[in-house]
Write a protein that binds this ligand. Sequence first.
Ligand code: UD1
Length: 364
Amino acid sequence: MTDEIFIIGGARPNFMKIAPLINELKQENIDFKLIHTGQHYDYNMSKVFFDNLGIPKPDYFLNVGSGSHAKQTAKIMIEFEKVILKETPKLIIVVGDVNSTIACALVAKKLFIEVAHIEAGLRSYDLMMPEEINRKLTDQIADYLFITEKSALSNLENEGINSNRVFFVGNIMIDNLDRNMESAQKNEYYKSLNLTYQSYGLVTIHRPSNVDNIKDLKKVIEILNYIQTKIKIVFPVHPRTQKNLKKFNLEKDLNKPNIILTEPLGYLEFLNLMINTKFILTDSGGIQEEASYLNIPILTLRKNTERPITIEKGTNTLIGNDFNKVKVCIEEILSNSYKKGQTIEKWDGKTSKRIIKIIKDKII
Ligand code: UD1
């Protein structure tokens, strides 16, 4: 066994969590290796984040690509096991709730290697979400659980996880936001789309529950079509959504002068759009947190959230796909009477420092 730490990244929402961690490990002169599973592989779903966030080239690229859940998860496990058998690290760090998270945690644990999970304990209590299954299983086997908000502590306690494995460290994505704010401000991407400050709403939709079936996707489009009668919309389209818009022949329904469609964007371009938007409409997990931190109104097209602090203290409202709720909230946002956010505990840009301190004290 070596003293080395392995950091796992695989899909887009992982990269903004591993970047601050890597930065901190470098500052502390701690050796690590970076493993990219290849769950996401297009330039604008993966490499652009490495370039924007200064993440080093991975030591291993597992090149697993897309597939059914079973195929993708199994492929990651098979490829990652080969790496672990060769290198035997002391600890692996997984982040978030994607297929790469559970696949690598499971492989490591069965080879007696300790596992740390960043963003542990979040629960939507909706097992129709693949991420909920990934989160629950990863937390059951992880040795160190780093949590972003206190709700995670009771969720984990209810699942029988001993609180001495759990550490409330805050939200590592906020470290990344802070570090990149100046570059995102200078970037001025919104101007290249001929937009002005707060003259538009920003949309991201990619959850299977919103886009995989024609009825749900049509409802989303209906909502977008209503909003674009009030204000311009910018919508960077995720590959899953793009595929389904095409499959169901719905692309033409978004062909409106007030709807600007783009490819998936890099971190800096997207952050630039976020800080200049009037509001966000999303079904993403991380964006609920980023918008809350930035005090930007955010409407979440889901019935539940695993991030309740964004509703209690942040700027988030769950709207499901309820048209009336959308109308009320949009009205409030446009008349500037929508709720304001409050400061959230330990979302302060120092989470990666807290995590590395714990790792130094307890593990290496
Ligand atoms: C995955 C995560 C989800 C996360 C999302 C962010 C799981 C179970 N889901 O969902 O939690 O919110 O990433 O993006 O891990 N595709 C491309 N290029 C790529 C990657 C994917 O075209 O680089 C297409 C493929 O057709 C693929 C589809 O997008 O079949 C979906 O990709 P997949 O990784 O299966 O799931 P996501 O929907 O991206």
